[in-house]
Ligand binder design. Structure first.
Ligand code: NDP
Length: 290
């Protein structure tokens, strides 16, 4: 289906980049944001600033939401609920799978249809097909508007359950934030020894870049439930992580992050898995908090 107009509600860095991409692609773009001034630059480029949420909803069938969370969606749309009938909400706001399901049901109650999305790039990647956004919700809706969605990034449809895109997004965030924070801790520890970020980062990039081969090696073993300690053992990981925690402590660097990892290793060892591979943690984590 060809759609020539799009409404974007939520003009943080992501929403602004999305509205900009639609302008670049020749769409008629209507924008609304709680802090109206964030629309100024887009308006100068040709976007229409809606005076009210109702006006924004009336401007076009497709309404892209780029908000901090689903609570922000209710705060904005609930007072304008009668104007939701017939709209297609493309909700690219981050939240839990359950909240995405509730959001889809809420939209349906008001006569709107809802696609959940999880964008996998920062604002700099918006408008680029090399990055993907997870989508879930009614397949017919996704297929009907796929061309419109493709203006934002490439698309990766995960299924009908509205929670799926949120779930896939949160799975990536679990990995992303943890890994990025680990890098920042490494930088702080290096810095405490007078080693600058640009000096240590090439080594960090090498370590992180090599993770793919570990993932490839361990994944079939995890799927087979095979956690034998033929390559590395949890007892070794405990000793290794103790060295990291002590190195941090000695340097006056907050050891909380490596200490949390060490805590997980020790828990697995205490449960009798000291001679197993680290992959045993997959099961230990799955049993919930210690
Ligand atoms: P921001 O949090 O900077 O912007 C969010 C928008 O939500 C703003 O327009 C803000 O309005 C609005 N908002 C928040 N709370 C309310 C409320 N109670 N009532 C009305 N409006 C509200 O987020 P980003 O633009 O950075 O990101 C948008 C979404 O995309 C988030 O869910 C984020 O997790 C996700 N994301 C972000 C990425 C990034 O790199 N930034 C990457 C991938 C996904 P106002 O301007 O008035 O404050």
């Amino acid at each position: 289906m060809s759609t020539s107009s799009v409404t974007v509600i939520g003009l943080g860095p992501m929403g602004r980049a999305m509205a900009g991409a639609y302008l670049d692609a020749g769409y008629r773009v209507t924008v609304w944001n709680r802090t109206a001034s964030r629309a100024d630059e887009l308006v100068a480029r040709g976007a229409v600033r809606a005076a009210t949420v109702e006006e924004a909803l009336a401007a076009g069938e497709v309404v892209v939401l780029s908000l901090t969370d689903y609570a922000a969606m209710y705060a904005i749309l609930e007072p304008a609920a009668p104007a939701l009938a017939g709209r297609v909400l493309v909700n690219l706001s981050s939240d839990t799978p359950e909240r995405a399901r509730e959001g889809a049901a809420w939209a349906a109650k008001h006569g709107a249809r809802h696609l959940t999305g999880g964008v996998q790039t920062p604002p700099s990647g918006i408008g680029s097909p090399e990055f993907d956004t997870f989508y879930s919700g009614p397949r017919d809706l996704f297929e009907r508007y796929e061309d419109v969605l493709k203006v934002i990034t490439g698309t990766d449809y995960r299924g009908e359950d509205p929670g799926l895109a949120a779930l896939y997004y949160q799975l990536q965030m679990d990995l992303f934030w943890t890994a990025l924070t680990a890098w920042l801790h490494t930088l702080a520890l290096a810095d405490a020894h007078g080693i600058g970020a640009s000096e240590i980062t090439p080594y960090a990039a090498q370590t992180l870049g090599g993770m793919g081969q570990f993932l490839d090696f361990y994944t079939p073993r995890i799927e087979a439930g095979r956690h034998s300690g033929d390559v590395e053992r949890i007892s070794m990981a405990v000793a290794s992580m103790e060295h990291v925690v002590h190195t941090a402590r000695d340097a006056g660097v907050d050891p909380a992050l490596p200490a949390a990892v060490l805590g997980a290793f020790r828990r697995a060892a205490a449960e009798g898995y000291a001679e197993d591979s680290l992959t045993r943690l997959f099961e230990v984590f799955g049993r919930g908090a210690a």
